[in-house]
Design a protein around this ligand. Structure first.
Ligand SMILES: [Ca+2]
Ligand SMILES: [Ca+2]
Length: 297
């Protein structure tokens, strides 16, 4: 009986001791592995950055990756050389990434790797998760203690092939408007910010690459036409000058009314209304005192 109690007491002590040893490790470590998200049309490619932060010092780092192979193909993993001895194995939908730094308590932080995916040509519109999950005893320090690490997965959003997209410009797909453009930009510069080749059309026909983009011009992509709003250009010539200041003044005095996309372009403050503030901001811009901020639609 005594022996039994002794064994139980020893076990309790061991459990307590282990708990005591493990707790500080878990509490100290806010280590995080996070995968970025991206979006693209079917058939296109994306790169997701895998970032390591709050690294308390790793000697080995293994992590599992899961994705939908019907939507995504992992075409490669580019190691960013943050940790050493990188390897990966991909079984199509499930992959393991691993690093075993030569420096046994490597505390480097930043991008570990870039994961390159290609979207299937027939991928349905929507969000496809790319999940990170733990590898058993996969993250260790130099004493081979298991380190706790938060894993934050990413996602790839499959976009509709019928729409025009941009990483820098704002596009309202419902009202078919394109904004966030500053005055005096060329058609070539606009094209460079769009994900598909388009035709830019003004009242006098197709605008060449070196032509200036103005409010009210049409961007034609397949069967879809979008209308442009250039911040501060209320008359469609692509510039923000005295004529635009006068047009806003006329609007304020109710001598003339700016409608539709021209009113959007006149709202240089971006508060959704054309007020004296917009007039003063245009005056300040024309006096060379302040810059215009591109406004979203
Ligand atoms: Ca103008
Ligand atoms: Ca305004």
């Amino acid at each position: 009986m005594k022996k039994k109690i002794m064994i139980i007491a020893s076990l309790c002590l061991l459990v307590c001791l282990c708990g005591f040893l493990m707790l500080p490790l878990a509490a100290q470590s806010d280590m995080t592995l996070a995968l970025a998200s991206s979006s693209a049309k079917p058939g296109r490619s994306v790169s997701l950055a895998l970032t390591l932060s709050r690294n308390p010092g790793v000697a080995a780092l293994y992590v599992r990756l899961t994705y939908d192979p019907a939507v995504l193909t992992l075409t490669g993993v580019r190691d960013a050389a943050l940790l050493e001895d990188f390897a990966f194995y991909d079984a199509g939908g499930e992959a393991v990434l691993s690093w075993e730094p030569a420096v046994y308590d490597n505390t480097a932080e930043g991008v570990l790797a870039y994961l390159d995916f290609t979207l299937a040509p027939g991928a349905p519109e929507g969000i496809s998760a790319v999940t990170l999950s733990p590898y058993e005893n996969g993250i260790l320090n130099k004493n081979t203690d298991v380190l706790s690490c938060a894993l934050a997965g990413g996602a790839v959003t499959v976009l509709s092939p019928e729409f025009l997209y941009s990483e820098t410009l704002s596009i309202d797909q419902e009202d078919r408007l394109i904004g966030s453009l500053l005055p005096m930009q060329t058609a070539g510069a606009l094209q460079a910010q769009l994900d598909e080749p388009v035709e830019l059309i003004s009242e006098s026909g197709t605008v060449p690459n070196e032509g200036i983009v103005g409010t009210g011009m049409t961007v034609r992509f397949g069967a879809r036409d979008y209308v442009l709003a250039v911040t501060g250009d209320t008359n469609g010539d692509g510039a923000c000058d005295e004529l635009d200041a006068a047009a806003v003044k006329d609007q304020l005095l109710a001598r003339r009314s700016l409608g539709g996309v021209y009113a959007l372009a006149a709202d240089v403050s971006g508060d959704g209304r054309v007020t004296i503030t917009d007039f003063l901001m245009i005056r300040s811009y024309l006096a060379g005192k302040t810059a215009l901020t591109p406004r979203a639609v």
